[in-house]
Design a protein. Structure first.
Length: 74
């Protein structure tokens, strides 16, 4: 049966001009996605973490197949 390992990263959100909204820093996000993809990680989902009613950062959840060493007897 296929097994996976998971990893999470946070990406900071920046303040939108003249707004209480928070925006994802696309440059930081793209850099993180490309780095993780090169290491075999696939983005599964993302969500924003809030504090005091405002999103502070995005949480990125990645997975990749777990390489399990095979037994010499198999």
């Amino acid at each position: 049966m296929q097994q996976f390992e998971y990893k999470t990263f946070t990406v900071p959100l920046k303040n939108a001009l003249f707004s209480k909204k928070q925006e994802l820093d696309i440059g930081v996000l793209e850099e993180k996605l490309n780095l993780m993809g090169k290491m075999g990680w696939e983005l599964v989902t993302q969500f924003a973490r809030q504090k005091n009613g405002f999103s502070q950062y995005a949480v990125l959840v990645f997975k990749r197949p777990l390489v399990v060493p095979s037994s010499k007897n198999e």
